[in-house]
Write a protein that binds this ligand. Sequence first.
Ligand SMILES: Nc1ncnc2c1ncn2[C@@H]1O[C@H](COP(=O)(O)OP(=O)(O)OP(=O)(O)O)[C@@H](O)[C@H]1O
Ligand SMILES: [Mg+2]
Length: 584
Amino acid sequence: MKHLQYLNKFFWKYRILLAVGSVFIIIANLFALYPAEFVREAFDAVILSINTEGNTKTDTSSILLKYGSLIVLFALLKGVFMYFMRQTIIVMSRKIEFDLKNEIYQQYQALSISFYKQNKTGDLMNRISEDVSRVRMYLGPALMYAINITILFFLVISKMLSISTTLTTYVLLPLPILAIAVYFVSNTMNKRSERVQAQLSSITTIAQETFSGIKIVKAFSNEENALQVFFNSCKMYTKRQLALVKIEALFFPLIITMIGMSTVLTVYIGGIESFKGNISTGNIAEFIIYVNMLAWPVASVGWITSLVQRAAASQERINDFLLLTSEIENNTNEQTPITGDIAFNKVSFTYDDTNIKALNNISFSIKEGETLGIFGKTGSGKSTIANLVCRLYDSTEGNIKIGNTKIENLNLNNLRTAIGYIPQDGYLFSGTVRENIAFTSDNTDEQKVIEAAKKADILDEITSFKDGFDTIIGERGVQLSGGQRQRLAIARTFYKNPELFIFDDCLSAIDATKEQRILQELKQESQNKSSIIISHRISTLKDADQIIILEDGQIIEQGNHNDLLVKKGFYYEMHQIQSNKEQN
Ligand SMILES: Nc1ncnc2c1ncn2[C@@H]1O[C@H](COP(=O)(O)OP(=O)(O)OP(=O)(O)O)[C@@H](O)[C@H]1O
Ligand SMILES: [Mg+2]
């Protein structure tokens, strides 16, 4: 239960809805309670008219009519207040659900990249969808029925006791058994339905992966295998679903049997009591109504308990995330202007999860307006340098300074706003071309979008699309070529107009002429801004003011293009190989 305490702040926020809702519950219950008395009065009136001479039929029927209409009226009023009760309590739960989802989403965005590597996307999605839904069942239905039951028990049982203690005791006997039985049944039901859900999401994952990778499945002629995996997963699903159906089938018969037993007891014990003259015949009818009024709530005690338990488990999982603090924290709220001077001083970095030492004792510095080229074999640590400059991770040893300030002491928001980073797998979001280019701004500047596209040398292609900048890209949109995707990602960065450009191998799929044009634009754009260009191609880096060559996380050569050629080292060798290739 302690995990659910986290939600109390929301109850406080919506206290008015909660209070008004509770009042509606009380009123609805009062309207539910009185009809039982009307039935007794009516019964007794009929019995009286049978037993006494001279009582005219019309008297009795007018009494019956009176109580009949009262019962209808009260039922209507009860309905009206039940409507209000839902409109307050359930609405409150939806509002809290909304708040909670947003809180989780915001927290997700605040957490660092390593958090995302430790958790599966599916799990993260579940927190925000399924877990929140379960918590909402506690906030809404469970809470509403709990208040309802408490009030109803209090009203009905005190009413019953005032009529006959003996009858009340006997009649209530089977009810606790009912509550416990329902608890176990619904608990098992929930567990089994969770297993069904888990299997369902595994089927979805299998299907989704096959569809996303359909090209490879077909090219490798792997359909048979894929089908077998899917088949097995579906078989398991059916098995689990049948197990669930078995227990579900038990639910209603159980409740009906228990209610039936209580009713039989009422008639039997009530009959005896009525013969003794302790109660009237009408009282028996009244009691039957009370018993039926109590039976469902008693059954729901078990149901509510299992709802609350599930909600607590879900909230525990949610809290695990909400109470996490990001490893990368913003250490200042002051505005810290970002300059283009960057210095790495003996920086080493080890990835926590894999324990791979990706950078080892790296030192270099670039002045504002300069371009740094990074060259090296795959896995040598190039992208890791970019990650550290963006502060997606903090260095393990050494320090990084931007201007004269250590990177940790800069305002994180200022830092990231100042950087135009194009990651190696320049991700595009599903949406229009325009939306992808103007990703960083709330109101799109059409002219700037066009200019950015032009600088990234993709304008012609965009205008040749049927819908131009409104062309939808992403899963169900136009399939862009690798080079087009890269240039769109570059346009996104030109649109942002940052203080520092980081191109992580994002020119690899672009032909040489286009590449040179883009680099020329970059030079224009970044006259007094710094840029870092990572590449496997020497032609991309040759104009950089400084090039570092990485191997296994260490700098093995450093200098400008000409210096490096003179050294006749690794860079020189690669230069020879690559320029030979170009000539052939
Ligand atoms: N997120 C990560 N978590 C754990 N290890 C990582 C991570 N990213 C990279 N590594 C490891 O760190 C080392 C350096 O990787 P990095 O991505 O910096 O190489 P790179 O030079 O950019 O390679 P490429 O040219 O293939 O892009 C590699 O051994 C890699 O396996
Ligand atoms: Mg890389």
